[in-house]
Ligand binder design. Structure first.
Ligand SMILES: Nc1nc2c(ncn2[C@@H]2O[C@H](COP(=O)(O)OP(=O)(O)OP(=O)(O)O)[C@@H](O)[C@H]2O)c(=O)[nH]1
Ligand SMILES: [Mg+2]
Length: 428
């Protein structure tokens, strides 16, 4: 995850599977002195839905590298005495504001969760099957079948997020800014022992040991006079105008230099920049403490910086000493300070149920295919072990006009009819 542009696109693929609906129950009332009561099988409960919600405290998509499969609970089965099964619990997946969600199969965009609180239903729980009580009619008083629950919606999603840096690493040339970036992220910026190695910002995603993450950019070095056009350092400050926090890296081992003075020079350059970058919260990385010269200067440097109310983190970007503490503090501050830029009420996006229209076609001689959401749903819900339930399909297919269209296409007794993943014999 590196690059020389200031916008990094983070991507993730997720599999979501909503809960299946619970099965309806087949049951008959038990009453004293009545040989057999009426049907009282309750309906199955709905399966849990899966939602994706934008949360300001989530900054990147890196967590999905570890966990990319999400399954919601199924609905409870119906019971006797008209007991309805319990509803399966929903699942909420948290993403950073700005995440755009696509169906990975069709590439269709489902939602652009621009603001904190925006949410989208990405997988719908299956409806519960109806219990046998629902099938009692005047002519069929004791139905011995019930519906199965409908399967929950399942699909692959692709998430895309344009990352803006949360943390900007600034400092003099050669201070170790790029080394620090490479140590806390997977970015591979150019590092060398001369000034102006970095000519454009690099971006990376940093992560704490407990999994909090943020986006970090290193900047080309700032020198005295940068605001007046020296070494172009100022041009790059626009990349940090929208960051939440600055990490100011100071080389404590530079020969013949005073680190406190270096620190002040860079701050003066920030102050000379037209936008308010000097007012961004800043923490200071006292770098290169693996070198004896730096260790000697640490105390007086830390005192001077702390006197001006800033936190100092002594570290070595090369050995990694002290780096975890800095990363931890950055994550904490980003979470605390990140602007929750809500541009209005959070939006809740519930895509329409996709309804494929009914289609009946001849595949080859004696074989027909029937597709469509309604008819495929009917088959999915039907308990094919029960002759009575299968008999019920026949009349439902008549009502939907399927039988008539099969007849028009020339279907004869004994021909095969495929519906969804099942195959039936045509009986006219
Ligand atoms: N000993 C030691 N050397 C370091 C440390 N951090 C960085 N360096 C060295 O300092 C030199 C400059 O490092 P860079 O990371 O390129 O510095 P930079 O601030 O990005 O420099 P520019 O991009 O030129 O502004 C390299 O030779 C690094 O190996 C450290 O903690 N200890
Ligand atoms: Mg650099």
């Amino acid at each position: 995850m590196s690059g020389s542009q200031s916008i990094l696109v983070d991507e993730a693929k997720l599999f979501v599977q909503a809960g299946d609906g619970g099965n309806g129950a087949t049951s008959f009332r038990r009453e004293r002195f009545v040989p057999r009561g009426g049907p009282d099988g309750g309906d199955g409960g709905r399966g849990g839905d899966i939602w994706v919600r934008a949360e300001a405290k989530v900054r990147t998509l890196v967590d999905f590298l570890r966990k990319s499969h999400f399954r919601a609970a199924r609905g409870g089965h119906g019971g006797g005495a008209n007991k309805t099964g319990r509803r399966g619990a929903d699942i909420e997946i948290q993403v950073p504001p700005g995440a755009v969600i696509y169906d990975a199969g069709s590439s269709a965009q489902l939602a652009d969760l621009a603001n904190p609180g925006d949410a989208c239903l990405v997988a719908r729980g299956g409806r519960g099957g109806r219990g046998n009580a629902a099938f009692a009619t005047a002519v069929r008083q004791a139905p011995r079948f019930a519906e199965k629950g409908e399967p929950g919606q399942r699909r692959w999603l692709r998430l895309e997020l344009k990352l803006l840096a949360d943390v900007g690493i600034i400092g003099m040339p050669n201070a170790g800014k790029s080394t620090l970036l490479s140590r806390i992220s997977a970015a591979k910026p150019k590092i060398a022992d001369y000034p102006f190695t970095t000519l454009a910002p690099n971006l990376g995603v940093a992560r704490t040991s407990e999994g909090r993450s943020f986006v970090v950019a290193d900047l080309p070095g700032l020198v005295e006079g940068a605001h007046a056009g020296r070494a172009r350092g100022h041009d790059f400050l626009r990349h940090i105008e929208r960051t939440t926090l600055l990490v100011h890296v100071v080389d404590l081992a530079a020969e013949g230099r005073d680190p406190v003075q270096d620190w002040r020079v860079v701050n003066a350059e920030l102050a000379a920049y037209p936008a308010n970058v000097k007012d961004l919260p800043q923490i200071v990385a006292a770098n290169k403490i693996d070198l004896p010269a730096a260790a000697e200067r640490l105390d007086s440097f830390a005192r001077a910086v702390e006197d001006e109310g800033m936190e100092v983190f002594p570290l070595s970007a090369v050995t990694g000493d002290g780096v975890a503490k800095l990363v931890y503090r950055c994550a904490e501050l980003v979470e605390e300070l990140a602007p929750a830029e809500a541009k209005g009420e959070p939006r809740v996006i519930v895509p329409l149920r996709e309804q494929d229209p009914l289609s009946v076609a001849k595949v080859e001689d004696g074989v027909y295919a029937v597709t469509g959401s309604a008819v495929e749903g009917l088959i999915a819900r039907t308990d094919l072990e029960s002759d009575e339930a299968v008999g019920n399909i026949q009349s439902a297919l008549e009502r939907m006009g399927v039988v008539e269209r099969l007849r028009d296409l020339g279907a004869k007794d004994g021909d095969k009819v495929r519906i969804g993943e099942r195959e039936f014999d045509f009986v006219d």
